[in-house]
Design a protein around this ligand. Structure first.
Ligand code: HEC
Ligand code: HEC
Length: 485
């Protein structure tokens, strides 16, 4: 009688132990790999914009300690000295990560990006001054292409293995046994694999027949094509400047306004949503949370005004300039045409960017987003015809000019295309109030910047010759007026 009873008790005890063990292991795995610790609250909307996670850590994140040791292990793969800062990311004193880089613990600490990586500007009034950072301004210093290549090139390097990375990580971090094991046997090998997978999608950034994007630009619509709808690489190339994203409420879809440089998106909500999806690299982990983020961004970007020109303005001269503007520029830049697409034949600028996108790409992208269960007006399902006549608010901080940044300053914009600089350096942040733009020539600009050659593909500085034959004094007055916008 006693025997079976004993057996049952044994079985029961073993069963309980197994269950408890499974629960503990399950809990630890969940806690160390998947548990979302969320993020702290931010002291201001600007801080949230600069450092807040939009959820990209789930699918596009890089484990924090790998991200931390890569620049130390592979400094030769960074274009300029200074670790991550060598890519031209804006880095505030005392902060753990550059602006636009977010940290969130989902099981383990992960790093990803938010909008601020590309949409915060920096400028210096003089070389010996600290940079002024302008949230929602265009990041004209970031060499994104070099950063993309860096991650893939590190993963391709045979030195990227668990032994080497762990010895670096152990020198910098106090990880416990579980984390060390997780890094060594799972996190490092998986990260390597995922970075290597990116190489296929990034193939076009290794093409020798395409010039470098250089600082402050990315090939936005090709990124969308190759990442969102997984198109086969075609032969188009059209990097554009990082634009300013302040005061978005000026765009009114119902008045025919379109967004992005070639007017390929219908409204701000669509662009914000698509940009966020681009960063997530996958469908949102939590749709409600995602939509809340989108609304928050729309509100923040909608209502943040363009920054004021930070140097003195000659008001009398600017007043004269207003009449020059009204006579020569208003018809496109302060009228019903503003924010709408101007045919390429009329503006005459480089067509590279326009050709990177198409009606078919719009249809397919809209479908991908719809299939995620997200509603938006979306991308314009029509062939592209030209470029949007920009609103000029805060134009002083949007140099270099035109959609691809082929013209260094406002003064150069008012020169006939043949007299505009053919070669200059982008990405140096010392401001040039005399010409209204950044300093783009000389040893400092060359040291900090990337070379921009207007004779290369997608880089042409032709077209937009409005106001180029005005008398010199009218040009001076017009430039003074443009500073006030
Ligand atoms: C990797 C750099 C990068 C990141 C990150 C990025 N953007 Fe952009 N954004 C761009 C570029 C480049 C364009 C211009 C695209 C074009 O027309 O060619 C752009 C265009 C825009 C525009 C259109 C501006 C206009 O006036 O038409 C808005 C709005 C915008 N981005 C918002 C966002 C938001 C919101 C996020 C974050 C969810 C974000 N972006 C993330 C690079 C970036
Ligand atoms: C026929 C319409 C038209 C007229 C007239 C016109 N523009 Fe433009 N402007 C455009 C278009 C379209 C673009 C965008 C072109 C591109 O990026 O390729 C543009 C772009 C610009 C930009 C660059 C914006 C940026 O963010 O880089 C500036 C600056 C500018 N215009 C100033 C002027 C001034 C000053 C005048 C008058 C002397 C003027 N424009 C007259 C249509 C016009």
């Amino acid at each position: 009688m006693a025997k079976p009873c004993n057996c049952r008790r044994w079985l029961l005890s073993i069963g309980i132990v197994v269950l408890v063990l499974a629960a503990v292991i399950g809990y630890i795995s969940w806690d160390r790999f998947f548990r979302d610790y969320g993020q702290p609250s931010f002291v201001s909307a600007e801080e949230r914009f600069k450092y807040g996670s939009i959820g990209a850590e789930f699918d596009a994140g890089i484990p924090y300690w790998i991200f931390y040791v890569l620049p130390r292990m592979f400094p030769e793969k960074i274009p300029k000295p200074g670790g991550l800062a060598g890519f031209g990311a804006n880095w505030e004193q005392g902060k753990e990560l550059p602006i636009g880089f977010t940290k969130r613990r989902i099981g383990f600490d992960r790093v990803a990006n938010n909008c601020a990586a590309c949409h915060v500007a920096s400028y210096r009034k003089a070389q010996d001054e600290n940079p002024v950072l302008v949230a929602t301004g265009p990041n004209h210093t970031l060499d994104l292409e070099a950063f993309f290549r860096f991650l893939v090139d590190c993963a391709k390097d045979p030195r990227f293995n668990s032994d080497n990375l762990m010895s670096e990580i152990n020198g910098a971090a106090q990880l416990d046994w579980i984390d060390r094991m997780a890094y060594r046997f799972l996190i490092i090998p998986i990260t390597k694999k995922r970075l290597l997978e990116r190489e296929g999608q990034f193939r076009w950034i290794y093409r020798h027949d395409f010039p470098e994007w250089g600082r402050g630009r990315d090939d936005a619509m090709n990124l969308t094509k190759y990442f969102m709808i997984r198109w086969k690489m075609d032969d188009t190339f059209g990097p554009t400047d990082m634009p300013s994203v302040w005061n978005l409420k000026k765009y009114k879809h119902e008045q025919g306004h379109r967004m992005n440089f070639a007017g390929d998106s219908n409204d701000a909500r669509s662009v914000v949503m698509d940009s966020a999806l681009g960063l997530l690299g996958a469908a949102p982990h939590d749709k409600d949370d995602f939509l809340k983020q989108v609304d928050w961004l729309l509100d923040y970007l909608g209502n943040t005004p363009a920054p004021k020109y930070p140097f003195a303005i000659d008001e009398a001269l600017a007043a004269k300039g207003k009449s020059v503007f009204d006579a020569n520029c208003m018809q496109c830049h302060a009228s019903v045409r503003t924010g709408t697409r101007i045919p390429l034949a009329e503006v005459g600028t480089d067509r590279g960017r326009m050709d990177t996108w198409s009606k078919q790409a719009a249809i397919e992208s809209n479908k991908v987003v719809r299939d995620m269960g997200l509603e938006r007006l979306g991308l314009v399902e029509e062939p592209l015809i030209g470029y949007v006549a920009q609103f000029l608010d805060g134009i002083w901080l949007r140099a270099p000019y035109l959609h691809h940044g082929s013209v260094p300053s406002l003064r150069d914009m008012l020169k006939p295309p043949g007299e505009r600089p053919q070669v200059f350096w982008r990405g140096y942040d010392v401001y040039d109030p005399a010409n209204v733009g950044f300093i783009t020539q000389g040893p400092e600009a060359e040291r900090a910047g990337t070379k921009y050659d207007t004779t290369l593909r997608g880089n042409g500085n032709m077209g937009h010759d409005f106001g180029t034959v005005l008398p010199e004094e009218d040009k001076n007055a017009l430039i003074e007026y443009l500073k006030t916008l």
